[in-house]
Design a binder for this molecule. Structure first.
Ligand SMILES: Cc1cc2nc3c(=O)[nH]c(=O)nc-3n(C[C@H](O)[C@H](O)[C@H](O)COP(=O)(O)O)c2cc1C
Length: 373
């Protein structure tokens, strides 16, 4: 990746109430190092602070409740012990002038009974089994057919979002990002292939949007406004399978973005193509047109290079850009991009699970590992 240190990528940029020192965002990265109780480890504070030269850090996806959990060793944000643990992280990031928002997560059907309280079935808008496997304490296990939520339960989950958003505030985060991507619970409600409900949460597009918009409203409420609240979307994802998830992506997401814009969210964080896999997407999906439906900031993601990002700024098709995999082994990624420094690559074995090795021990370009926070 080559660029100039004077590139707009490295200039300050305002997103809602967040004053970013550059337009490089650290994408949310699940690293599976939390305890079974959803407590991130002490060394997570080191890891995040090492990466705080990003204009904004989006935390790893964090469960809003015990039921939200779909992967072993992921953190939570619904009780006092979790809030205390996250306070260490936010203090560390702030001590070096960084900004960090928490990604709020409910996995819905992308879970497994062994990860659910009492071994219960995972919940979803409709009882449709996802393809693939869940990462559990006993290794990879096939997904199961989830249980369809009752109308009342759906409303209870909206309240779980409110509570988790409040906990994130107490934990000292600068804001929150609602995870509405990659076919987790919110997207399961949005898509016509995963939502076959006949109550007010299914059927028409208006009904399919109801649950995600109720969630957005309560999260905004918990934060006293939308200027510290963002949302992540993945209009062209095929996850967890290979087939498109709905019949009218532009219709679904155009209307969704109109409504999110009216709510005054600070930003939309979009995955273009399918996360990690490809930037390719169906020809009838026009990301530049979707961007025009939203009045706040637009963060682009997926296989970005600095060249692609500069082109997007010039064309006004995105304002800021998140990098995921490149942040794993390059804590000083912003400096490396600015100076054309070499990019280290992390072996995949360190991505998920383990300890501080391959996590908070990656050196900067000067060969030093920053450990004090
Ligand atoms: C190890 C790993 C963990 C991830 N965890 C999350 C996550 O918790 N939440 C999320 O929205 N995306 C997650 N993603 C997707 C990334 O945020 C991002 O979309 C993806 O890596 C593509 O960006 P990149 O090409 O810059 O790596 C993860 C990706 C990787 C590689």
């Amino acid at each position: 990746m080559s660029t100039s240190p004077d590139s707009p990528l490295f200039q300050p940029f305002q997103i809602g109430a967040l004053a970013l020192r550059n337009r490089i965002v650290m994408a949310p990265l699940t690293r599976s190092r939390s305890s079974d109780d959803g407590i991130p480890p002490d060394y997570a504070a080191v890891y995040y602070a090492q990466r705080a030269s990003a204009g904004l850090i989006v935390s790893e996806a964090t469960n809003i409740s015990a039921q939200a959990r779909g992967y072993a060793l992921t953190p939570g944000i619904w009780n006092a012990a979790q809030v205390t643990a996250w306070q260490r992280v936010t203090r560390a990031v702030h001590s070096v002038g960084g900004l960090i928002v928490l990604q709020l997560w409910h996995t819905g059907r992308i879970s497994h009974p062994s990860l659910q309280p009492g071994g219960a079935l995972p919940v979803a808008p409709s009882a449709i089994k996802p393809t693939g496997q869940a990462f559990t304490n006993e290794g990879m296990q096939d997904h199961v057919t989830p249980r369809a939520l009752s109308t009342g339960e759906t409303q209870a989950i909206v309240e779980d979002y409110r509570h988790a958003a409040t906990c994130a505030r107490e934990a000292g985060f600068d804001g929150v990002e609602i995870h509405s991507a990659n076919n987790y619970l919110l997207e399961q409600f949005l898509r016509d292939s995963t939502n076959l409900r006949t109550d007010q949460y299914g059927g028409s597009l208006e009904n399919r949007l109801r649950f995600p918009l109720e969630v957005a409203r309560v999260v905004i409420d918990a934060w006293g406004g939308g200027d510290r609240v963002g949302i992540r979307i993945s209009p062209t994802t095929t996850m967890p399978g290979v087939t498109p998830l709905d019949r009218d992506v532009m219709g679904t997401y155009g209307t969704y973005l109109d409504a999110l814009s009216a709510l005054g969210l600070a930003y939309v964080h979009t995955i273009e193509g399918v996360t990690q896999q490809t930037r390719d997407h169906p020809a009838d999906v026009d990301f530049a047109a979707l961007r025009k439906r939203f009045s706040g900031a637009w963060i682009g993601n997926n296989n970005y290079t600095t060249e692609l990002a500069e082109k997007a700024i010039a064309e006004n098709s995105a304002d800021a850009f998140s990098f995921g995999r490149n942040f794993i082994a390059n804590p000083d990624l912003v400096d490396r991009l600015r100076n054309g420094g070499p990019l280290a690559e992390s072996p995949k074995e360190y991505w998920y699970g383990g300890n501080s090795v391959g996590y908070s021990d990656w050196p900067g370009m000067d060969g030093q590992i920053r450990i004090a926070v």
